[in-house]
Design a protein around this ligand. Sequence first.
Ligand SMILES: *Cc1c(COP(=O)(O)O)cnc(C)c1O
Length: 355
Amino acid sequence: MKLLERARAEIVALQPYSSARMEAGTGAIMLNANESPWPSVGAASALNRYPDPQPAALRAALARLYSVVPANVLVGRGSDEAIDLLVRAFCRAGSDAVVTAPPTFGMYAVAARIQGATVIEAPRGDGFVLDGQAILAAVTDTTKLVFVCTPNNPTGDVVPLAVLAHLAGALRDRAVLVVDEAYIEFGDDTQSAISLLSRHDNIAVLRTLSKAHALAAARVGALIAAAPVVALLRRIQAPYPLPAPSIAAALAALEPAALADTDARIARIRGERDRLARSLLALPGVIAVFASAANFLCVRFADAPGAYRALATAGIVVRDVGGYPGLSGCLRITVGAAKENAALLGALGACEAAA
Ligand SMILES: *Cc1c(COP(=O)(O)O)cnc(C)c1O
């Protein structure tokens, strides 16, 4: 695979750490990993044995969920870990670069800077529409990764699949197009870039169980990519990335009954999102509510600090995204349960009445 020539040569050549669990998985008497033979009495379940580094059942369940084969799945500590692994595997400190299109998720730039890679920012078009041409114009010989978030955090807009296919084609053998789909489940039949993987082996899709699947505290995410890319990242991943209770929680969340409940929660959030958007827009202090295919709304206020303070006084915490390029006066509001959204609208309405 030609793309791997763009990875750091020392990572491709690295003799990876081989953990006890990888060398020998099961036996009647396990004396190879210096574990305790007894569980802690304080643990809810027995945790004295190291977990499987890439649990086959979880990989298989995620592969089914995302319509790929297990070799295309890297499971890890949230999609945050996948972002870090991609940057570390591909970017040489001091010489390589990543391209991002702000306003977008801040972790891409942070992970790149921690690695010592340059962050090149491509401008967006009117209404924050992702500009494929601007992204390609920002790509140089040393660009290894291009990050696209769809639906985008914090604006909520979706990048059409045709734009992603065009980008992937133009970046073939040169850079990985990383498509972060953390919120895709909340969209209107939004098609996943996973469907492009068979034609474009330089796409890596990030999915997470943190949002729609309601498992943020479990820290389970997946990277979906060509098998050689998955194998490359495995070389630098921590020996035991997933705690056993998180593996169990993820497997339970992927059972048919839990998936049906997830679908019902998604439908509820979508309904609440559209109701909340209309109600916010009716408030005189609200200038704009960005169309969102995610579980949050980006809202521009006439007086964002005043709105933030009124909400804080009512015990309601939202995210101030006014510091992002182009988003001055904006707050990002997560769509909550009906009662929570009503409380938010009440607090904003009361603050305007007082003004
Ligand atoms: C929340 C979020 C994630 C998910 O991160 P996890 O580490 O899987 O919890 C990824 N990308 C974006 C853009 C997000 O907003």
